[in-house]
Design a protein around this ligand. Sequence first.
Ligand code: HEC
Length: 310
Amino acid sequence: MLNHWCQVRFASTSSASSNAFQAALQSRATLASLSLFTAGSIAWYTHLYGTLPFIGEVHASGSHLSDEGLHPAAYPWSHKGLFDTFDHASLRRGYQVYREVCAACHSLDRIAWRNLVGVSHTADEARAMAEEVEYEDGPNGEGEMFQRPGKLADYMPRAYPNEEAARAGNAGALPPDLSLIVKARHGGADYIFSLLTGYIDPPAGVEIRDGMNYNPYFPGGAISMARVLFDGLVEYEDGTPATTSQMAKDVVTFLNWAAEPEHDERKKIGIKAVILFSTLTLISLYVKRFKWAPIKTRKIFYNPPVDKHH
Ligand code: HEC
């Protein structure tokens, strides 16, 4: 009897709902709004992200794959792994390359002399380097600006006083500030290393304007910056041979530090957090099982009441 009632109930509910579903599917309004919703989602997604993920990029005639630049190889940076910090000897050499080569054109606005202390130089070394540079300060008691030697709190001096001067000195192209360049470019350190070491002659059929240089890693292939690193350009104080790739690696490590000065500390804290939180998780798992043990292992009996009437 109970079974029968159940079946009837079940059959009737299911058929009612499928009827309603079919009716909804057949309704034009539902179909129209579903299509609108799909088209709208696709439009919104492509507006946000450019293309759909499963459709390959379509290149209109006239554009070329080289417009995006050659994809750089993934290099085994010594600070790449989860447990790795920067190679500080490399940071020191990298600073030297930045100072002696790149600083002629590129600023490093977000780094102050004091930032180098304990990273690549001692406080005395950094102070001595700062004092070699004249900074404008003031006004003094007479309202005049004056020049004074740099202090640890001063920021890295700029190559050019303003953007116009920088463009004028580089045939119209602006050498970007290098403080955050590692984060500001696709491929990060790999890209900048490839760019610095990737200058080659343009392949047959590729025309490069006068004053431009061919570099397959640079989007478009033609870059205003000429090759700047050549074997033996700087002399490292630690005796490391200054090959082109060695200098590129050191300066990119340095620029990576400039973009992420918190890098070493971040990884150290991260590891501490993982150790701490996994210990806490284990302890809480144990405590939970301990507390629940009496409940999970109890045995529940049902003693039917003894019928006293019969
Ligand atoms: C003679 C001046 C000069 C020197 C020296 C120089 N650069 Fe440049 N750099 C430029 C100019 C100009 C540009 C802009 C190029 C462009 O937009 O076509 C540039 C662009 C760059 C870019 C940006 C590329 C991009 O994807 O937009 C990086 C990174 C860079 N330089 C790194 C360096 C490093 C590292 C050094 C030192 C090893 C260095 N440069 C030395 C002039 C210079």
